[in-house]
Design a protein around this ligand. Structure first.
Ligand code: TRP
Length: 329
């Protein structure tokens, strides 16, 4: 039986949050039994902002270590670094010529990022979704597990694929998004109305995967709540407590109702402490493994070299087909 193909990736911008973990990477691990999984480190996408080269190099390897520490098993899933598979950049160019400026102009992420980095609105930022389309289409992916914020990028990927297929015949598999509900739901601890973000400027808003236990505890204790003192899920009126319920539920596997029941008659103090403790325990093995892995660059190198070779084999096939269909000699 042929397994369905998955491709996903995260940018190597450092400092992943609990939101990235619960929304994406922790789900990837669960998928590796049932799917043919390709997990990429999107270091080319990272170039759309200015990076210190040494920092980018370290962030890339650290993200690889994090994938492994989070339980992505290189024997089951293919893990690779985007820049090491040149087909991504090659297909990116071709697809650029099949993508309209008009449709790229409608991307909300482009608008948001342009506003944030007004001094560096580069062409790469504009064509970012095309490179993402290339990432996905090269592997003939069936499913792309990502967070809610990437939905529009998946839609444009499908539009590009369909346009190309209509012109040249069946070339690309039509990918579907696979967007877990939880991904959209992990919000900032200080501003529970916006997504927990790597780059939040509000102190104590985000839990980072490498936060020490006492830091995690203190951030949860400071989390914004409300004055009702009842653990009840109600995103409208109680966004802070609802977010904590989501986090607790995502880790313990409990439904909102089960969490409400567990904390019936208990105050926010007890609840926050319990949430912090379950996050600390969830991250503890990951943090231990991560520290081991980053101190073993030889092992990391072996993983990414093998990963790139395997990825290249698949990507090459698609790219050859594309080149031949459009008439590149
Ligand atoms: N744009 C994605 C993000 O910021 C990262 C990414 C790049 C990606 N290429 C991809 C995700 C391909 C899924 C598939 O999260």
């Amino acid at each position: 039986m042929n397994k369905k193909v998955i491709l996903s990736g995260v940018q190597s911008t450092g400092n992943l949050t609990l939101g990235n973990y619960l929304g994406a990477i922790s789900n990837w691990k669960k998928m590796q039994e049932d799917y043919e999984c390709n997990y990429m480190i999107a270091n080319l996408h990272t170039l759309t902002i200015r990076n210190n080269p040494e920092t980018l190099r370290n962030n890339t390897l650290n993200l690889l270590a994090l994938y492994l520490a989070a339980g992505i098993d290189p024997k089951k899933s293919n893990i690779f670094i985007q820049s090491q598979v040149p087909e991504h950049a090659e297909l990116n160019w071709v697809l650029n010529c099949y993508t309209y400026v008009g449709e790229l102009s409608r991307m909300t992420q482009f608008k948001d990022k342009s506003a944030k980095h007004a001094d560096n609105i580069n062409s790469g930022l504009f064509t970012y979704p095309v490179l993402m389309a290339a990432d996905i289409l090269l592997y003939q992916a069936d499913l792309v597990p990502v967070g809610e914020d990437q939905r529009q990028h998946l839609e444009i990927t499908r539009d590009i694929a369909e346009r190309f297929n209509n012109l040249y015949g069946e070339t690309f598999k039509m990918p579907e998004g696979y967007i877990p509900k939880i991904a959209a739901r992990i919000m900032g601890l200080q501003d529970p109305t916006s997504k927990m973000s790597k780059s939040s400027s509000i102190p104590n808003d985000s839990i980072f995967l490498n936060d020490e236990p006492d830091v995690i505890m203190s951030k949860f204790k400071k989390a914004v709540t409300d004055s009702e003192n009842i653990v009840r899920y109600d995103t409208e009126n109680k966004p802070g407590i609802s977010n904590l319920i989501s986090i607790y539920g995502a880790i313990s596997g409990k439904t909102n109702a089960e969490v409400e029941k567990e904390f019936e008659g208990k105050g926010y103090g007890d609840f926050k402490k319990a949430v912090a403790e379950c996050v600390i325990e969830e991250l503890r093995p990951l943090q231990t493994k991560y520290k081991e892995l980053v101190s073993n660059p030889e092992y990391l190198k072996q993983i990414y070299v093998e990963g790139a070779n395997k990825a290249k084999e698949k990507a090459e096939k698609t790219l050859k087909d594309v080149y031949s269909k459009i008439g590149l000699v």
